[in-house]
Design a protein around this ligand. Structure first.
Ligand code: TRP
Length: 457
């Protein structure tokens, strides 16, 4: 173990964690799910979940990673709880699952950089999206995106990821910021801001009836699983990414401070993306929530086609999205690669390529038909992510317990009261929040009128 790599600098870890967190989740998913599931109400639930559940859960993953110094699966054994290995395995499986379609969307982004430069989508944005988002072209771009990801991960932690994210993260913020200011000056943007930012409190309701099993109704029934899982997805929780990244961190570093930086920064980027995308939808007169997985691409393409300097703005925008997508995809693959490297002495380049190839295969249905992509995505949100986070919280709260508090406080100037409060939060409120999320997700997935689990065959 003594030869295991570590981050070269403290900023290296924070940047990599932020780079993992900020991605298509913030720029593609967040605005499109926000506009699909209730606008500002979604935003409220998302923010509560990010701070109230995401932050404590991230600390839990950091603790597991740093204490064990191992990948997400072996970590549980090292901490003396072999039987909890399933949490790590579920996490890795979730990562595999998510990366398979994440890479397809990454391929769309690649296509849209080119499409912006040449103006290919200007004449018929919806038709263009239909053409490039599914079928042979999407498949080729999915492959190309996966090749980029494999190339970076094969380079190793310091050479590949650390250097790459140092460049990626700041450019994302600058470009999104400039775009947000530009959108603000457009006529017709105002209703977008109110849809996004001022919640209708009457939609914050949920009722439950027992018959004899609980069944939920009310506007929050759908909003909660999507908004809470959005927080997990967007913070890279529930698949061992943060466990793996924290395993390269030294004991002298405050996990507390780092997690707050990541959560605040990540939500800020999501909101920044929302401030670009959602008003833009309104400027173009596009109904919020009418476009599914293609909403972002079609609406922005319409915008870039009509707005001055659209080619340049479009190319710049999609280049930023690509940067963000790559840095996240890297962390998804890194989880699996580090497991194979730690356990089987696998060589990094070979194993990265082999696993990248497998993930590519799993993504073929999503690349072929967006209905499959939506199906993969729903399953991740309504089942895999909440289940996986639930496993982490149960483990830290009720199995590992007190030693987690000590590990959390290493390298931090916090008093032990803060650590103990964290543990009790994890054991109670946070845990209940995730159980509710999972229950609502399972209800829509399996027991709704049109159960979402039925594959689009
Ligand atoms: N957080 C990334 C995003 O917002 C996606 C991601 C990277 C992820 N690693 C993850 C999601 C681990 C869930 C689990 O785009």
């Amino acid at each position: 173990m003594s030869q295991r790599e570590t981050w070269a600098t403290r900023a290296g870890f924070i940047l990599a964690a932020v780079g993992s967190a900020v991605g298509l989740g913030n720029i593609w998913q967040f605005p499109f799910k926000t506009s699909e599931y209730g606008g500002a109400t979604f935003l409220v639930v998302y923010l509560v979940a990010a701070l109230g559940i995401g932050l404590p859960a991230m600390l839990a993953e950091f603790v597991i990673g740093r204490k064990s110094n191992l990948n997400a699966i072996s970590a549980f054994e090292k901490l003396g709880h072999r039987s909890w290995k399933w949490v790590g395995i579920l996490g890795v499986a979730t990562g595999f699952w998510i990366l398979s379609y994440y890479s397809v969307v990454g391929g769309w982004v690649l296509r849209y950089i080119g499409g912006s430069v040449t103006g290919a989508y200007f004449a018929d944005p919806a038709g263009y999206f239909g053409q490039v988002s599914a079928g042979p072209e999407a498949l080729a771009l999915h492959a190309l995106f996966m090749i980029f990801v494999v190339a970076i991960v094969a380079g190793g932690v310091e050479d590949g990821i650390e250097k790459a994210t140092k460049l990626m993260v700041p450019s994302i913020v600058v470009i999104l910021g400039v775009l947000a200011v530009w959108v603000f000056t457009l006529p017709g943007a105002a209703p977008g801001y109110s849809y996004f930012l001022s919640p209708d409190l009457s939609t914050l309701s949920l009722s439950v009836s027992f018959d004899p099993l609980p069944s939920f109704s009310g506007p929050l029934t759908e909003i909660i699983p999507f908004a809470v899982s959005q927080a997990f997805f967007s913070l890279s929780l529930g698949m061992g990414a943060m466990i793996t990244y924290a395993s390269y961190v030294g004991d002298d570093q405050s996990l507390f401070g780092d997690s707050i930086t990541v959560v605040v920064f990540n939500s800020a980027v999501g909101i920044l993306a929302g401030l670009v995308v959602i008003p833009l939808l309104f400027v173009q007169g596009i109904e919020p929530g009418s476009g599914g997985a293609g909403a972002l691409f079609v609406s922005l393409a319409t915008a870039f086609a009509e707005l001055p300097a659209g080619r340049l703005v479009g190319a710049v925008f999609f280049a930023v999205v690509l940067i963000a997508a790559l840095s996240s995809a890297i962390s998804l693959l890194e989880v699996v690669v580090s497991y194979a490297v730690d356990n089987y002495g696998a060589r990094r380049p070979q194993i990265s390529a082999a696993l990248g190839g497998l993930i590519f295969l799993l993504g073929i249905p999503s690349a072929w038909d967006t209905a499959w992509l939506t199906w993969f995505d729903n399953l991740a949100y309504q089942l895999l992510l909440p289940l996986s986070v639930l496993g982490i919280l149960l483990f830290i709260g009720w199995v590992y317990g007190r030693p987690a508090v000590e590990e959390l406080l290493n390298g931090s100037s916090m008093g032990s009261g803060v650590g103990v409060s964290w543990l009790w939060l994890v054991r109670t409120v946070v845990l209940l929040g995730v159980i509710l999320t999972l229950a609502l997700g399972v209800q829509t997935l399996f027991f709704a009128e049109n159960p979402a689990i039925v594959p689009p065959l």
